[in-house]
Design a protein around this ligand. Structure first.
Ligand code: MN3
Length: 275
Protein backbone atom coordinates (compact mmCIF):
# COMPACT_ATOMS: atom_id res chain seq x y z
CA UNK A 1 0.00 0.00 0.00
CA UNK A 2 1.15 3.50 -0.74
CA UNK A 3 0.21 6.73 0.96
CA UNK A 4 -1.27 7.97 -2.30
CA UNK A 5 -3.95 5.30 -2.34
CA UNK A 6 -5.40 6.11 1.11
CA UNK A 7 -7.31 9.36 0.34
CA UNK A 8 -9.05 7.72 -2.61
CA UNK A 9 -9.97 4.73 -0.61
CA UNK A 10 -11.25 6.94 2.17
CA UNK A 11 -13.20 9.08 -0.30
CA UNK A 12 -14.64 5.98 -1.83
CA UNK A 13 -15.69 4.63 1.58
CA UNK A 14 -17.28 7.99 2.50
CA UNK A 15 -19.12 8.13 -0.83
CA UNK A 16 -20.24 4.61 -0.42
CA UNK A 17 -21.51 5.26 3.12
CA UNK A 18 -23.28 8.40 1.95
CA UNK A 19 -24.83 6.40 -0.82
CA UNK A 20 -25.99 3.70 1.64
CA UNK A 21 -27.42 6.35 3.99
CA UNK A 22 -29.23 8.00 1.08
CA UNK A 23 -30.49 4.66 -0.03
CA UNK A 24 -31.72 3.80 3.49
CA UNK A 25 -33.41 7.21 3.76
CA UNK A 26 -35.00 6.55 0.42
CA UNK A 27 -36.23 3.12 1.57
CA UNK A 28 -37.59 4.62 4.81
CA UNK A 29 -39.35 7.35 2.84
CA UNK A 30 -40.71 4.80 0.47
CA UNK A 31 -42.00 2.62 3.35
CA UNK A 32 -43.58 5.68 4.98
CA UNK A 33 -45.16 6.49 1.65
CA UNK A 34 -46.52 2.91 1.36
CA UNK A 35 -47.84 2.99 4.96
CA UNK A 36 -49.40 6.39 4.34
CA UNK A 37 -51.08 5.09 1.20
CA UNK A 38 -52.37 2.02 3.04
CA UNK A 39 -53.78 4.25 5.78
CA UNK A 40 -55.30 6.48 3.15
CA UNK A 41 -56.72 3.43 1.37
CA UNK A 42 -58.24 2.13 4.61
CA UNK A 43 -59.67 5.57 5.34
CA UNK A 44 -61.05 5.73 1.84
CA UNK A 45 -62.67 2.29 2.16
CA UNK A 46 -64.11 3.35 5.53
CA UNK A 47 -65.48 6.43 3.85
CA UNK A 48 -67.06 4.37 1.06
CA UNK A 49 -68.58 1.88 3.55
CA UNK A 50 -69.88 4.73 5.68
CA UNK A 51 -71.51 6.31 2.66
CA UNK A 52 -73.11 3.03 1.61
CA UNK A 53 -74.49 2.50 5.13
CA UNK A 54 -75.77 6.05 5.21
CA UNK A 55 -77.38 5.56 1.79
CA UNK A 56 -79.09 2.34 2.92
CA UNK A 57 -80.34 4.01 6.12
CA UNK A 58 -81.61 6.93 4.09
CA UNK A 59 -83.50 4.65 1.67
CA UNK A 60 -85.01 2.72 4.61
CA UNK A 61 -86.03 5.98 6.22
CA UNK A 62 -87.71 7.16 3.01
CA UNK A 63 -89.54 3.81 2.73
CA UNK A 64 -90.77 3.93 6.36
CA UNK A 65 -91.73 7.58 5.98
CA UNK A 66 -93.76 6.89 2.83
CA UNK A 67 -95.48 3.88 4.43
CA UNK A 68 -96.31 6.00 7.46
CA UNK A 69 -97.74 8.67 5.18
CA UNK A 70 -99.84 6.04 3.38
CA UNK A 71 -101.06 4.70 6.72
CA UNK A 72 -101.88 8.13 8.10
CA UNK A 73 -103.75 9.39 5.08
CA UNK A 74 -105.37 6.27 3.74
CA UNK A 75 -106.42 3.83 6.44
CA UNK A 76 -110.06 3.84 7.50
CA UNK A 77 -110.69 4.72 11.13
CA UNK A 78 -113.41 3.46 13.45
CA UNK A 79 -115.59 6.53 14.04
CA UNK A 80 -116.38 7.44 17.65
CA UNK A 81 -119.96 6.90 18.78
CA UNK A 82 -121.67 10.32 18.80
CA UNK A 83 -123.24 9.47 22.21
CA UNK A 84 -122.58 7.26 25.24
CA UNK A 85 -123.01 3.48 24.98
CA UNK A 86 -126.05 3.61 27.27
CA UNK A 87 -127.58 6.72 25.67
CA UNK A 88 -130.07 4.80 23.51
CA UNK A 89 -131.50 2.77 26.42
CA UNK A 90 -134.06 1.32 26.88
CA UNK A 91 -134.42 0.88 23.10
CA UNK A 92 -130.88 -0.37 22.49
CA UNK A 93 -128.95 -1.58 25.54
CA UNK A 94 -125.47 -0.54 26.64
CA UNK A 95 -123.85 -3.99 26.37
CA UNK A 96 -125.09 -4.44 22.80
CA UNK A 97 -123.72 -1.02 21.84
CA UNK A 98 -120.33 -1.78 23.44
CA UNK A 99 -119.93 -5.07 21.59
CA UNK A 100 -121.50 -3.85 18.36
CA UNK A 101 -119.32 -0.75 18.06
CA UNK A 102 -116.16 -1.87 19.89
CA UNK A 103 -115.94 -5.43 18.54
CA UNK A 104 -118.04 -5.85 15.37
CA UNK A 105 -117.54 -2.44 13.74
CA UNK A 106 -113.93 -2.30 14.89
CA UNK A 107 -113.37 -5.74 13.34
CA UNK A 108 -114.83 -4.72 9.98
CA UNK A 109 -112.66 -1.58 9.99
CA UNK A 110 -109.42 -3.45 10.72
CA UNK A 111 -110.17 -6.22 8.22
CA UNK A 112 -111.07 -3.68 5.52
CA UNK A 113 -107.73 -1.93 6.07
CA UNK A 114 -105.90 -5.26 5.91
CA UNK A 115 -107.77 -6.23 2.73
CA UNK A 116 -106.86 -3.05 0.83
CA UNK A 117 -103.36 -2.45 2.23
CA UNK A 118 -100.86 -2.06 -0.59
CA UNK A 119 -103.54 -2.47 -3.28
CA UNK A 120 -104.77 0.20 -5.66
CA UNK A 121 -107.85 0.57 -3.42
CA UNK A 122 -105.73 2.13 -0.65
CA UNK A 123 -106.49 5.84 -0.58
CA UNK A 124 -109.84 5.57 -2.35
CA UNK A 125 -113.03 6.70 -0.61
CA UNK A 126 -115.30 3.99 0.80
CA UNK A 127 -118.03 5.08 -1.63
CA UNK A 128 -115.64 4.58 -4.58
CA UNK A 129 -114.63 1.15 -3.32
CA UNK A 130 -118.23 0.00 -2.79
CA UNK A 131 -119.48 1.28 -6.15
CA UNK A 132 -117.07 -1.13 -7.91
CA UNK A 133 -117.24 -3.89 -5.32
CA UNK A 134 -118.04 -6.64 -7.87
CA UNK A 135 -114.41 -6.36 -9.05
CA UNK A 136 -112.95 -6.82 -5.55
CA UNK A 137 -112.52 -9.69 -3.10
CA UNK A 138 -115.18 -11.01 -0.74
CA UNK A 139 -113.16 -9.51 2.10
CA UNK A 140 -113.46 -6.03 0.62
CA UNK A 141 -117.20 -6.52 0.00
CA UNK A 142 -118.00 -7.81 3.51
CA UNK A 143 -115.71 -5.57 5.52
CA UNK A 144 -116.09 -2.47 3.32
CA UNK A 145 -119.85 -2.86 3.63
CA UNK A 146 -119.58 -3.47 7.37
CA UNK A 147 -117.40 -0.39 7.79
CA UNK A 148 -119.73 1.89 5.81
CA UNK A 149 -123.05 0.51 7.07
CA UNK A 150 -122.23 0.83 10.77
CA UNK A 151 -120.69 4.30 10.31
CA UNK A 152 -124.04 5.40 8.85
CA UNK A 153 -126.05 3.45 11.44
CA UNK A 154 -124.55 5.23 14.51
CA UNK A 155 -125.08 8.62 12.91
CA UNK A 156 -128.79 8.13 12.14
CA UNK A 157 -129.61 7.34 15.78
CA UNK A 158 -129.76 9.74 18.71
CA UNK A 159 -130.96 9.69 22.32
CA UNK A 160 -133.04 12.74 21.26
CA UNK A 161 -134.35 10.90 18.18
CA UNK A 162 -137.77 9.61 17.25
CA UNK A 163 -140.83 11.52 16.10
CA UNK A 164 -141.48 12.27 12.46
CA UNK A 165 -139.40 14.07 9.82
CA UNK A 166 -140.48 17.51 8.61
CA UNK A 167 -139.47 19.82 5.75
CA UNK A 168 -138.31 18.48 2.39
CA UNK A 169 -137.72 14.98 3.72
CA UNK A 170 -141.18 14.81 5.32
CA UNK A 171 -142.72 15.91 2.00
CA UNK A 172 -140.69 13.39 0.01
CA UNK A 173 -141.68 10.56 2.39
CA UNK A 174 -145.37 11.49 2.08
CA UNK A 175 -144.98 11.58 -1.70
CA UNK A 176 -143.26 8.21 -1.94
CA UNK A 177 -145.21 6.26 0.73
CA UNK A 178 -148.51 8.17 1.05
CA UNK A 179 -147.82 9.09 4.69
CA UNK A 180 -145.28 8.63 7.46
CA UNK A 181 -147.20 5.55 8.59
CA UNK A 182 -146.95 4.21 5.05
CA UNK A 183 -143.16 4.63 5.23
CA UNK A 184 -143.02 3.03 8.68
CA UNK A 185 -144.94 0.05 7.37
CA UNK A 186 -142.72 -0.38 4.30
CA UNK A 187 -139.45 0.05 6.24
CA UNK A 188 -140.62 -2.23 9.07
CA UNK A 189 -141.62 -4.93 6.59
CA UNK A 190 -138.24 -4.73 4.84
CA UNK A 191 -136.46 -5.06 8.19
CA UNK A 192 -138.62 -7.89 9.53
CA UNK A 193 -138.67 -9.96 6.33
CA UNK A 194 -134.96 -9.77 5.47
CA UNK A 195 -134.06 -13.43 5.85
CA UNK A 196 -131.00 -14.10 7.98
CA UNK A 197 -128.57 -11.22 8.43
CA UNK A 198 -128.77 -7.92 6.61
CA UNK A 199 -129.98 -4.36 6.53
CA UNK A 200 -133.12 -2.34 5.79
CA UNK A 201 -132.62 0.97 3.97
CA UNK A 202 -134.28 4.21 3.00
CA UNK A 203 -132.49 5.31 -0.17
CA UNK A 204 -132.44 8.19 -2.62
CA UNK A 205 -132.54 6.76 -6.13
CA UNK A 206 -130.76 8.22 -9.16
CA UNK A 207 -133.92 10.18 -10.12
CA UNK A 208 -134.06 11.77 -6.64
CA UNK A 209 -137.06 9.77 -5.42
CA UNK A 210 -137.15 7.76 -2.19
CA UNK A 211 -137.44 3.99 -1.87
CA UNK A 212 -137.24 1.34 0.83
CA UNK A 213 -135.07 -1.69 0.17
CA UNK A 214 -133.05 -4.32 2.00
CA UNK A 215 -129.74 -6.10 1.41
CA UNK A 216 -128.22 -9.34 2.73
CA UNK A 217 -125.13 -9.62 4.94
CA UNK A 218 -123.07 -6.38 4.81
CA UNK A 219 -124.14 -5.42 1.29
CA UNK A 220 -125.72 -2.01 0.74
CA UNK A 221 -127.41 -0.04 -2.07
CA UNK A 222 -124.16 1.77 -3.01
CA UNK A 223 -122.74 -1.51 -4.30
CA UNK A 224 -122.85 -2.27 -8.01
CA UNK A 225 -124.13 -5.76 -7.12
CA UNK A 226 -127.20 -4.40 -5.23
CA UNK A 227 -130.61 -5.29 -6.69
CA UNK A 228 -131.87 -1.76 -6.04
CA UNK A 229 -129.24 0.96 -6.11
CA UNK A 230 -129.25 4.38 -4.50
CA UNK A 231 -127.72 6.50 -1.75
CA UNK A 232 -128.68 5.22 1.72
CA UNK A 233 -129.88 7.96 4.07
CA UNK A 234 -131.26 5.67 6.81
CA UNK A 235 -130.20 2.13 7.63
CA UNK A 236 -131.19 -0.47 10.21
CA UNK A 237 -128.92 -3.37 11.13
CA UNK A 238 -131.03 -6.53 11.51
CA UNK A 239 -128.15 -8.93 12.25
CA UNK A 240 -128.87 -10.81 15.47
CA UNK A 241 -125.75 -9.23 17.02
CA UNK A 242 -127.63 -5.89 16.82
CA UNK A 243 -130.50 -6.94 19.11
CA UNK A 244 -130.21 -10.46 20.50
CA UNK A 245 -129.03 -9.57 24.05
CA UNK A 246 -132.09 -7.38 24.67
CA UNK A 247 -134.72 -8.80 22.32
CA UNK A 248 -133.57 -12.41 21.69
CA UNK A 249 -135.63 -13.66 18.74
CA UNK A 250 -138.09 -10.74 18.81
CA UNK A 251 -136.78 -8.80 15.81
CA UNK A 252 -140.11 -6.96 15.29
CA UNK A 253 -139.84 -5.44 18.81
CA UNK A 254 -136.33 -4.20 18.00
CA UNK A 255 -137.52 -2.75 14.68
CA UNK A 256 -140.38 -0.97 16.45
CA UNK A 257 -138.00 0.42 19.10
CA UNK A 258 -135.64 1.75 16.41
CA UNK A 259 -138.26 4.35 15.43
CA UNK A 260 -137.84 5.91 18.91
CA UNK A 261 -134.16 6.71 18.27
CA UNK A 262 -134.06 7.73 14.58
CA UNK A 263 -132.15 11.01 14.22
CA UNK A 264 -134.31 12.69 11.57
CA UNK A 265 -132.09 15.80 11.50
CA UNK A 266 -129.19 13.65 10.30
CA UNK A 267 -131.38 11.74 7.83
CA UNK A 268 -132.64 15.10 6.46
CA UNK A 269 -129.04 16.28 5.98
CA UNK A 270 -128.19 13.10 4.12
CA UNK A 271 -131.32 13.49 2.01
CA UNK A 272 -130.41 17.08 1.07
CA UNK A 273 -126.88 15.99 0.09
CA UNK A 274 -128.05 12.98 -1.94
CA UNK A 275 -131.07 14.23 -3.90
MN1 MN3 B 1 -123.89 -4.94 12.91
Amino acid sequence: MTNNENPWNLLFVICYLLFVICYLLFVICYLLFVIWNLLFGICYLEFVIWNLLFGICYLEFIKIYNNKKVENTMAFKLPDLPYAHNALEPHIDEKTMQIHHGKHHNGYTNKLNAAIEGSDLAGKSIEDILSGVSKHSGGVRNNGGGYYNHSLFWSVMSPKGGGTPSGDLGDAINKAFGSFDGFKEAFGTAAKTRFGSGWAWLIVKADGSLAVTSTPNQDNPLMDIAEEKGTPILGLDVWEHAYYLNYQNRRPDYVGAFFNVINWDEVSKRYAAAK
